[in-house]
Design a protein around this ligand. Structure first.
Ligand SMILES: [Zn+2]
Ligand SMILES: [Zn+2]
Length: 273
């Protein structure tokens, strides 16, 4: 495993199972040289159970832990931003962040938002509103593209999250050329923003999927476009901090990647895979 860091990490400040300190100790155990925390940024939506409610406490605890473990590991302060906050506005990046991930967890349909990744039932309810999978994908990607164009976050989170419950083709055929071309149309637009795409192994850790996001055909396109990538575990517990990293590295190398991005004190740099 050449990946010695993870920038997509949750803790008990949002919907993670372990404290910031427990996650840091797990990262040191895994041989990491750095760890970034990306708690779910506050949205102020009353029904958002994942958001951090004590944002000052979160940054204070990160600062304390960064100092405590400075000899052993570098800690980065980040947030996972939702594409919209209360009132439908775009999120503003907290100046205490070293980096941010931008993610879309909601299908913003004309009948209101539906969760992309909460339950298959809710996914299906969004599909019923929009009638077909193409419309659902357009709804998801239009939101993600405009979010990426309007907000200067660094990393695009789990870009094809809408496939989470589709293991085995439960809702749609992921090999359908029409759907693939539609996804690639939007991937090109996202790549044009210059942001980093994450190879997210989180759904494997939670046993929803057997491969990371994004799907290999998207990874191949990203490679052609020379879009920067970064492997991350979207970890919510000490068990999954480096989950599936070996396999993710192999997957990238098989496609032709020779490097990935890594955050340093001086910003993002590319490192060999
Ligand atoms: Zn997410
Ligand atoms: Zn996450």
């Amino acid at each position: 495993m050449t990946t010695k860091s993870n920038l997509h990490t949750h803790s008990t400040f949002c919907d993670g199972r372990n404290s910031i300190e427990e996650m840091i100790l797990a990262a040191i155990d895994a041989g990491f040289t750095s760890l970034g925390f990306s708690g779910h940024a506050p949205t102020q939506f009353p029904d958002d159970d994942c958001q951090i409610t004590d944002i000052d406490g979160y940054f204070n605890e990160l600062e304390t832990m960064k100092r405590k473990y400075a000899e052993k590991i570098t800690i980065f302060k980040g947030l996972e931003l939702e594409s919209r906050v209360l009132g439908g506005k775009r999120p503003v990046i907290d100046p205490r962040c070293d980096y941010t991930i931008g993610s879309d967890h909601l299908f913003w349909t004309p009948e209101g938002p539906f969760s992309v990744d909460y339950t298959p039932e809710e996914w299906n309810n969004a599909l019923k509103v929009l009638k077909d999978v193409e419309k659902l994908m357009e709804c998801y990607y239009e939101e993600l593209v405009s979010f990426a164009q309007e907000v200067p976050f660094d990393i695009i989170g789990h870009v094809d999250l809408y496939t989470k419950f589709n293991e085995g083709g439960r809702f749609f055929d992921e090999n359908d050329p029409r759907l693939r071309n539609l996804a690639l149309y939007y991937i090109d637009k996202l790549a044009a923003t210059g942001k980093i795409f994450e190879i997210n192994t989180g759904a494997i850790g939670k046993e929803y999927r057997s491969t990371p996001y994004p799907a290999p055909f998207i990874l191949k396109r990203l490679h052609q476009l020379k879009a920067p990538v970064i492997i991350s575990s979207d970890s919510h517990s000490v068990r999954t901090i480096s989950c599936y990293f070996d396999q993710a590295e192999k997957l990238l190398k098989d496609i032709g990647y020779t490097e990935q991005m890594q955050l340093t004190e001086k910003g993002f740099v590319s490192v060999p895979l």
